[in-house]
Ligand binder design. Structure first.
Ligand code: 5GP
Ligand code: ZN
Length: 140
């Protein structure tokens, strides 16, 4: 399943260039050409699912299997100190390519990346209310 106007579908099909680093029956991985860091890698299912709300369990599992294989290889190849996984869904959440993908972003102690948000002590009543609503939804 693919989409004609999707750059990642074109890369998967070999119709657009990419620095591919891994492929199996279900996923392709290639380097991001606008990287946040050296070695920034994208893992994508070969099927075109827009986001986490659409992707079926088997393709999601295949992506995570590949991530688990590529992460230590990236760390060892680039002597990274750590690695962020980032996965965005919807433009409100920064998604710019509507083909599900996982970012692997190698990190080094003292590098220039900064957290995208900031944390502060939460309102426990509000947290508890959200937990109740969500757990109810999940048990329906
Ligand atoms: P998103 O913002 O949707 O989470 O991530 C999309 C990513 O795809 C971005 O990091 C962007 O740099 C990358 N990207 C966009 N177009 C291309 C392309 O043609 N080739 C590659 N390799 N990466 C791309
Ligand atoms: Zn696609």
């Amino acid at each position: 399943m693919s989409s004609n106007d999707c750059i990642f579908c074109k890369i998967i099909a070999g119709d657009a260039p990419a620095y591919k680093v891994f492929e199996d029956a279900d996923v392709t991985a290639f380097l991001d050409i606008f990287p946040w860091a050296k070695g920034h890698t994208l893992v994508v299912p070969k099927n075109h699912w827009p986001n986490i709300f659409d992707i079926p369990d088997d393709d999601a599992a295949a992506v995570m299997r590949a991530v688990r294989k590529i992460a230590p290889a990236l760390r060892d190849t680039l002597q990274a100190d750590g690695l962020n996984l980032l996965q965005s869904n919807g433009s409100a959440a920064w998604q710019t390519v509507d083909h599900f993908h996982m970012h692997l972003i190698p990190r080094w102690a003292g590098d220039s990346l900064v957290p995208p948000g900031h944390s502060a002590p939460g309102d426990h009543e509000a947290i508890e209310a959200t937990a109740k609503k969500l757990s109810q939804q999940l048990s329906d």
